[in-house]
Structures are given as C-alpha cells and as structure tokens.
Design a protein around this ligand. Structure first.
Ligand SMILES: [Fe+2]
Ligand SMILES: [Fe+2]
Length: 358
C-alpha cells in the first residue's frame, strides 16, 4: 500500500497479491512492478502463469528483489524482468527508475532536473505522511530535502512545470501538499523573502495538514458534503498537527503558527480558535491564501477543476476574510499582472483599519 502511494506520483497505480492478480490485472498495461519472494518455487510457478499474458502484450516488468543473489536475478530475468532493483533501494531512485521506464521522465536537460526535484519532493511527502499516520517521529531530513526541491523550482520560475507534474500524481493528499508547498514557495520568492525565510514557510506548507494523517480516511475522502459531526472531526486537524509537532519538538514557532492557524480568517470567522487579524501573521495569511486556492483548482475524478481565473475571483470575493494586498500579489504569481489588476478593480475600497491594527 505504501509503495502504491509512492508510485502514484507517475499516475494511477493499483496493488494486489499474486492470488488475486489474474482478475485484477485484466486491464493493466503500462508497467508492472513485481515484489515477490523468488526463493520460493511455488511463487515462481504462480508468477509465471500470472505474468505470461502481460509479457506477451509487451508490458515491461520491474522486479524488486529482497535477495539480489545471482539465482534470484536469473529467476527474475526468466520471468521477463526488464529491470531489477533491490527492494531497499532509496525511494527517489525507485521513482526515477519507474518514471524513466514509463517514458515520462526525461533523461537530461532542464525538464529532467525539474522532474527529479518533483520526485524528491514527492518521496519526502511519502515519508512524512506515513510517519504522521503511524505516529512515528516525523522525518526532518526528508522534509528539508523536499523543501530544497520545491524552493529550487520556485527560483527557476517553474511553477507551471511544477503544476503539470503535480497533476500526474494520483493521490489526492500528496497532490494537495505538493500544490500548496509549490504555491507558497513561489509566493515567498515573489515577495522577496530571504532564503532562510523561504525555507521556513515552505517547510510549514509541507506540514500544514499533517494533522489530517490522524483523521479517518472515510471522512477525508468523502466525496459528498460532510455532516456536522464529520465537520467537527475534520476541523480538529490544525490542533492535532500542532500537537504532533510540539510533542516531537524542534519546529520553529512560525511553523507551529501556520499549522495551527491556516484556517483562521482575518474577520475572526475561521477555526480552530476564531482569532482575528491582530493575531494572524503574514506567513499564516499567505499559507491560507495558497491553501484555499489549491483546494479550488485541485483535480479530482468526481469534479471539474476550476480555472485559475475563476479560483482567483473567489479569493477576491472573500473580501475582508483574506489579506487583500497579499491576494493581489498572489494573483501576480499565478496569473500574471493582467488578473492582478482585476483584483484591484474588484476589491471594495477598503478601510484597512482592522488589518492595520495587526
Ligand atoms: Fe488544513
Ligand atoms: Fe490544506
């Protein structure tokens, strides 16, 4: 299951046992990643039968071996392996290999570097969400690798390329985290943040929904409207996330603030505390804007994605709830100056008093 989530960086991915493989593999076509114990003759026999039709169809197989002995490698080759890797291979290398076997990962050049960064960030999210879901210590090194990758994309002004890659990801949670982090990094870069501050806010964006790892999946993935009870449960994720980070220790105060307050609104109508503009910092305001925008443009099988212009006009229409000046600059980041101008036109002439009090 964990492997399936990681590989979904390259598109839809399903996992199944050898005993259910025949039925489930009827429509599989692009690549088979095979993780079996090839020291067991019975497994080899079953694998031969199950893989035969796919081999005839020309589907490439990538074998992951626990035992890299010549004997097991010969077995894998005999079963039709196009590539063989040790099962303990570092995740980014595995994802690179799968990407190149699928033909979606360029071998060289600028686009290749961008894709590599995306794979690194995606692998970091895999580690982060797995640890958060199972109550393990959050992998600080993986987070900083991901932050590095995302910030480099922002510096290269590759937001569009980044988004193209985000849409390939089949897992909604990864898609959301990657999207918010990429947007926040580009936003901070546009605002002239120092490298250290960009690192800080991008780390916070990576972690902003970490509390959702402890919300039941049937609520998180529900496609229809939530009941009042379910809403109460989901609204706990900022506090759960902050508590996780505090319990682990070592996370800077601005990160804790963003994780706790990214659903707060300047007019006090947000959650979990209902605080107002005077207690909401600029990095929190920026993350909130990116989070709302990301939720609007995300691609789901059950809904038509909103166009960037439409999503931006919703941010504008939120008026006093969001920081109007920051929303305008954000328009610049995502749409270019023409729509940022639209922001100026649509915004109600403001008494900025309440926000100035911040
Ligand atoms: Fe959230
Ligand atoms: Fe979020």
């Amino acid at each position: 299951m964990a492997l399936q989530r990681k590989l979904s960086v390259w598109g839809a991915c399903r996992s199944f046992g050898l005993d259910e493989a025949e039925a489930m593999m009827a429509g599989v076509g692009r690549l088979l990643v095979v993780d079996l114990d090839l020291s067991d003759p019975a497994t080899i026999q079953s694998a031969r039968t199950v893989l035969a039709p796919h081999r005839r169809r020309g589907t490439p197989f990538l074998f992951l071996l626990r035992d890299m002995s010549p004997r097991c490698q010969i077995q894998a080759n005999a079963l039709g392996a196009k590539a063989i890797l040790p099962v303990a291979i570092p995740q980014p290398d595995l994802l690179d290999k799968v990407g190149s076997m699928l033909g979606v990962l360029q071998e060289t050049g600028r686009e290749a570097a961008q894709q590599q960064r995306f794979v690194r960030a995606s692998a970091a999210f895999a580690d982060l969400l797995e640890a958060a879901g199972s109550g393990d210590v959050l992998p600080v090194q993986a987070i900083s690798d991901g932050v590095e990758a995302i910030n480099q994309a922002a510096v290269d002004a590759d937001l569009d390329a980044w988004l193209d890659l985000v849409w390939r990801h089949d897992d909604a949670t990864y898609q959301h985290c990657l999207l918010v982090s990429g947007l926040v990094a580009a936003f901070a870069y546009r605002l002239g943040f120092s490298e250290a501050d960009r690192r800080l806010i991008t780390s916070a964006a990576m972690l902003h929904d970490v509390g959702k790892a402890q919300i039941p999946l049937d609520i998180l993935r529900k496609e229809g409207p939530l009941t009042a009870e379910e809403r109460v449960i989901i609204c706990r994720h900022p506090q759960i996330g902050r508590d996780m980070l505090v319990a682990q220790g070592g996370f800077a105060q601005p990160i804790l603030d963003i994780v706790l307050s990214h659903h707060e609104m300047l007019d006090g109508s947000g959650y979990p505390q209902g605080i107002g503009a005077d207690r909401i910092s600029d990095p929190v305001r920026m993350t909130t804007i990116c989070d709302i925008y990301a939720a609007l443009i995300e691609r789901r099988s059950y809904k038509v994605p909103m166009l960037p212009e439409e999503a931006f006009s919703i941010l504008i229409a939120m008026g006093e709830k969001l920081d109007r000046d920051l929303v305008r600059v954000f328009g610049d980041v995502i749409l270019g100056t023409a729509v940022a101008q639209l922001g100026k036109t649509l915004a109600v002439p403001a008494s900025r008093d309440s926000e100035q009090a911040a």
